[in-house]
Design a protein around this ligand. Structure first.
Ligand SMILES: N[C@@H](CCC(=O)N[C@@H](CS)C(=O)NCC(=O)O)C(=O)O
Length: 215
């Protein structure tokens, strides 16, 4: 019997992104918590599994892969019941990939730039240029949703689970998205994603940890 283990920390947006994808795919994963606040990612045992010592990390019967979006793609390709979550059609897949890279290289990066210094470097305020930078990126997400129910088409894909996991972190900090009506509509829709509540719990803890350090 094969075993699928996800090394996970619920406060981490990328980690929640991989789990949210697994929940949508419907594949059972055994979740093993790596407590980043206790620096458990630096334990010798975990370093042997992932020398980059980050969560999420997937172990599929000895096959190890990390990077949340790579994990989501792998799980969807291997265990998806159909190709709705990660289309096989070249152009549809390219659009999902584009949104995944948008999250990985832009949205998540801007959110991290705001939250990391407050969580770990003693800062107590959000710098105005970082605030503006994130809102510019949210403007792009708003455009994706102009004529599209989900971020990459008419049904939810792993681009939605990834982007929602990122966005929910900053929403939990109290980010105002009232100037982005499409994003507001889409975030409400995301409540229908399997694993939504579990994601919200982790995002809430993340938001509280950031807010606790803010003036
Ligand atoms: N691009 C990676 C980011 C992973 C990442 O940075 N994980 C952080 C938590 S949000 C982590 O494990 N940090 C601990 C460390 O690097 O030692 C992904 O999407 O999986």
């Amino acid at each position: 019997m094969s075993s699928l283990k996800l090394y996970h920390f619920p406060i981490s947006g990328p980690s929640r992104g991989a789990l949210l994808a697994a929940r949508s795919i419907g594949v059972p994963v055994q979740v093993e918590i790596v407590d980043l606040f206790k620096k458990e990612q630096l334990n010798e045992k975990f370093l042997k599994i992932n020398p980059q010592h980050c969560v999420p990390t997937l172990d599929d019967d000895g096959f190890i892969v990390w990077e949340s979006r790579a994990i989501a793609c792998y799980l969807a390709d291997k265990f998806g019941n159909d190709d709705q979550l990660y289309p096989k059609d070249l152009k549809k897949r390219a659009l999902v990939n584009q949104r995944l890279y948008f999250d990985s290289s832009s949205l998540y990066v801007k959110i991290r730039a705001i939250c990391f210094p407050i969580l770990f470097c003693g800062e107590t305020e959000i710098k105005p240029h970082l605030q503006e930078d994130l809102n510019i990126t949210l403007g792009v997400l708003e455009q994706f949703l102009n004529n599209s129910t989900w971020v990459a088409g008419d049904n939810a894909t792993i681009a939605d689970t990834s982007i929602y996991a990122s966005l929910s972190s900053i929403l939990a900090v109290g980010w105002n998205i009232s100037q982005f009506p499409n994003i507001e509509r889409w975030t409400k829709q995301c409540a229908s994603l399997p694993g939504y509540e579990e994601n919200e719990e982790g995002a809430k803890t993340f938001g509280e940890a950031v807010k606790k350090n803010m003036k």
